[in-house]
Design a protein around this ligand. Sequence first.
Ligand code: GRF
Length: 200
Amino acid sequence: MAEYTTAASCARIGILLSGRGSNMVALADAVRAGKIPNAEIVIVISDQPDAAGLSKAEERGLETRVIERRGRLRAEHDREIVTALRARNVDLVCLAGYMRVLSADFLQAFPRRILNIHPSLLPLFPGLNAQQQALEHGARVSGCTVHFVDETLDGGPIIAQREVPVLENDTVETLASRILIQEHQLYPEAVGRVLSKTAG
Ligand code: GRF
């Protein structure tokens, strides 16, 4: 990502989500507040038509698009998403609670330009229910990680992490909500860091 595709050197971000969308909101609010300089969110795509994140994006004036899987093969579904991202000259793809594994073609279309946030200190507790995994293992500390997406499950190069203590009486819900607060700070910081390293 030596240079961005727009004349104004503004990084064009595409966000993929499947649900609540609170990390998308954190990114959108950070962009609006100038905390991620020279960036704009040009599209928010959901594979779930009823994802709450879609209306939150619309409330913020962001373009949204639903691209459902509808029984199609992953490669075909991903091709449609890649086409939509390319049509908007997206430079950086941010997964924000996007609950699907990306195909090899998707990864190749945006090499080292796809980021994800995960609610654990990777490489610990990849995959689903990371907060529950942390509690079941008796972890004293958990947290969140922003990483580049590669062909592994939550195993790509780590960009930034934030620790969160696990408390004696934590439930999955209380731990998840304390981690989420940190996610909302960490993701915009990490995106800003990646963009500052890759700009022109
Ligand atoms: C977050 O915990 C994120 O780390 C994980 O999925 C959850 C998405 O939450 N990948 P939201 O949709 O951003 O509120």
